[in-house]
Design a protein around this ligand. Structure first.
Ligand code: PEP
Length: 246
């Protein structure tokens, strides 16, 4: 269960949030709980998360280790803070900041090379869904995003299927639509890597996940967890998602 805070929360707010969340959820055995603060809040969040069931993700990373790349943050910079996870290719990065599938693949490779666990986001836009292009788009994002990954690395990888039309809109994909798309994504992982990798890889659903819809999403056969935006900004609602009815 991963919470993407996007461009919200100061370091102090993030620290308070992680402390409260950790206290609220206690020891969690059925799920891995991850929060993704902005870069400026990573260090405070890692400190607050030490010794708890919460771990910390960055929302982006660059592929080189160092160099003249103004404004970028490298994998070793993240690992040196104690960050374990990184979200790569979120639709906001792709649509607002021009990230390409090729860049996403380089970031996934760089993350793995430095011991960061990538959460690779894929998903179709509303126009693509209406034009019947959902599968084509997902197939292309999966095969290109995983272009430099080996099958034996599947256990280190998490995919997140996030239909762009469901992000921050309050329009959740129905559990059936989410299941159908995630099952398709799993099939494309089998093609890109191998069938065993497709079973091992974790695939999350993201898009307006809330405490009242997480249960019906999690019973779907291929949904292993959720990537949560808005509802991860509040301790009570994110805790309720982590503790979804099982
Ligand atoms: C997201 O940002 O990845 C997301 C799914 O946002 P929300 O839950 O707000 O739709």
């Amino acid at each position: 269960m991963a919470g993407n805070w996007k461009m919200y929360k100061t370091p102090a707010e993030g620290k308070t949030f992680v402390r409260s969340l950790a206290q609220r959820i206690g020891t969690v055995e059925h799920a891995v709980v991850v929060v993704a603060p902005p870069f400026t809040g990573l260090s405070a969040a890692v400190d607050a998360a030490l010794g708890t069931s919460v771990s910390v993700a960055a929302q982006n990373v660059f592929w080189d280790e160092q160099g003249a790349f103004t404004g970028e943050i490298s994998p070793p910079m993240l690992t040196s803070l104690g960050v374990r996870w990184v979200i790569i290719g979120h639709s906001e990065r792709r649509l607002l900041f021009g990230e390409t599938d090729q860049g996403v693949a380089r970031k996934v490779r760089a993350a793995l090379d430095h011991g960061l666990l990538p959460i690779l986001c894929v998903g179709e836009t509303e126009e693509e869904r209406e034009a019947g292009l959902t599968e084509e788009r997902l197939a292309s994002q999966v095969s290109k995003g995983l272009a430099d990954v080996r099958p034996d690395e599947a256990q280190l990888l998490t995919l997140a299927y996030e239909p762009v039309w469901a992000i921050g809109t309050g329009k959740t994909a129905t559990p059936e639509i989410a299941q159908e798309a995630i099952s398709f994504v799993r099939g494309r992982v089998a093609a890109a890597l191998d069938p065993e990798a497709a079973q091992v890889i974790r695939i999350l659903y993201g898009g307006s996940v809330k405490p009242d819809n997480i249960g019906e999403l999690m019973v779907q056969a291929d949904i292993d967890g959720a990537l949560v935006g808005g509802a991860s900004l509040d301790v009570e609602s994110f805790a309720a998602i982590v503790e979804y009815p099982r």
